[in-house]
Design a protein around this ligand. Sequence first.
Ligand SMILES: Cc1cc2nc3c(=O)[nH]c(=O)nc-3n(C[C@H](O)[C@H](O)[C@H](O)COP(=O)(O)OP(=O)(O)OC[C@H]3O[C@@H](n4cnc5c(N)ncnc54)[C@H](O)[C@@H]3O)c2cc1C
Length: 388
Amino acid sequence: MTQQASQQKKVVVVGAGWAGLGATYHLAKQGYDVTLLEAGSEPGGLVAGWRTTAGRAIEVGIHGFWYPYRNIFSLINELEIDPFTHWSCSCQYSPAGLEVESPVFQYLPRLPSPLGTFVYTRFHRLPLIDRLSALPLLYAVIDFDNSDEAWRRYDFITARELFKDFGVSARLYQESFEPMLLVGLFAPGEQCSAAATLGMLYFFILAHQPNFDVVWCRGTVGEKIFRPWVKRIQQAGGKLLTNKRVTDVIVDSEQRVTGVVCNQEVFAADAVIFAVGITGMKKIIASSANLQIREQFRNLTNLGAIDVLATRLWFDRKINIPHPSNACFGFDKTTGWTFFDLNALHDEYKNEPGTVVEVDFYHANQFLPLLTSCTWKYKCQNHNYVQG
Ligand SMILES: Cc1cc2nc3c(=O)[nH]c(=O)nc-3n(C[C@H](O)[C@H](O)[C@H](O)COP(=O)(O)OP(=O)(O)OC[C@H]3O[C@@H](n4cnc5c(N)ncnc54)[C@H](O)[C@@H]3O)c2cc1C
């Protein structure tokens, strides 16, 4: 569509997280008349972040940006900002101690994929025989080409079944693959589709040697990335309106959308993009007679959210944390967690007298009833998120 033609089209984007900001930015650059409606008081969604009354920065989890996040890296270049740390290695702990150290793979001699991942990852306890039991799985990884057909083929079975069928040893599953699922797909293998699992393995680990390399935001994503991004969106002509909770859409007699409703207010639209999580989408469908009559929207209500618990801890003295970013397994059967040394990652905590640690628990349903003494509770869109 030409710039002139696109300017006549009004697009409303619902939800100002990564997805909604991304859609708005691209449409505004192409000349669409685009309005982004956000229910909250700030853009950013799950990762918006905020400051406590004492001025301490908080956000929902720390945010890693892996080597294959090309769109985000090119956005950073476009915005001419410098929000990230250097490439960092990742470690994994069990109750027995340090289990796995992944180096920065791109700094090591390139081997044919996925050999580099296997050769350079340092396992401290897992026997070689268990590691070798992953080899038959390569057939499935190669066979899974991300096509619709491949998704259908592998979506029939769970990740647990996939690993079992391909002969992955019980120990390798428990100490490597399941922990990865718990922090990568936020659920244990019995609840994950084999297709989603293969997609994740391919994307983060197997396609190219450096894919598991990661950088971290040197502060909150809200301040370091979203603030300059929103400015750029506005310069490109995009409108961002906060405190606008969408409750319905309006359609004409030909079933084309003509508007978006925020309680009593109506925004004219030729097209609508919903960039909200599942919990938010379910709420919109529940309040919208026009969406409820459409099967594809009704079917969405079968989807569920996953509970995540994010905590930020300030210690009054220094704790020696060997590596800044770490995942943990084996402490609780169905919950994976990560912890990060923010003194090493965030500029503003570099000179703190004590240690600042971010600890996030994924698939943390069973911890939530313990939160009665917490200061506040905040439910988000696709992850029910609670900060203590
Ligand atoms: C603890 C934690 C750690 C994470 N760490 C990482 C990481 O290291 N790396 C990584 O890549 N990802 C990470 N993620 C995932 C990542 O944060 C999310 O995938 C991403 O932020 C989702 O963005 P989104 O735009 O899809 O949705 P959201 O951020 O949920 O945005 C949706 C927006 O829609 C708005 N909304 C909802 N309903 C309405 C309505 N009716 N009207 C108007 N607006 C509405 C909401 O207020 C919200 O602002 C992490 C997530 C968590 C919880």
